[in-house]
Design a protein around this ligand. Sequence first.
Ligand code: GRF
Length: 205
Amino acid sequence: MKKVIRIVVMVSGGGSNLEAILEAQETGRLPGAEVVLVISSNADAYALERAQNHGIETAVIERKAFAGDEAFQAAILEQLFKARADVVCLAGYLKKVGPGIIRRFRGRILNIHPALLPKYGGAGMYGHYVHEAVLAAGEKESGCSIHIVDEDFDHGPILAQVKVPVLPTDSPDTLAARILEQEHALYPKALREFCEKLTVSGVQS
Ligand code: GRF
């Protein structure tokens, strides 16, 4: 029997990408894979409610509950092990994933970023800051990227991208909304393709 790929989604906020992934799972667009846990870095994240509405287990791991970064990262790693995670999806997760987790899940942590990486990524480039920078630079197009997470912010190999036009009338909000709509299609699709490749190459946990 083929092993089901166990996905853990990590969130900090609204969780609309999480919702898109869960909808894909429920409508058969993520065959052979299952979201088994949602980890939030923020107890007030609406993403937690979304997960619970879909009957998905949740865990809150907030940085402020730990004396140091090492203990914080160790608590996350422990949850990933407990969930027997094969793949980790960052979906609006605002904390840096520590090197220990990256080492243990090398090549199996995905992230979505609301710009055409390698442009407009890196520390401080999140939320409206990304779209403000794109508009300030007078770009004619932007978009979203799915990439493998490595030790640097928004840096690992790019798996998939979608472009959208930047309109002369855009504000950071209108541009963000146009990109977010594309994110919701791109993340489930890229995740499906990633899981299919993982199945061929063999899932290791
Ligand atoms: C998205 O724009 C994603 O690209 C970025 O954070 C936002 C998260 O939105 N990393 P949501 O929490 O999935 O609604």
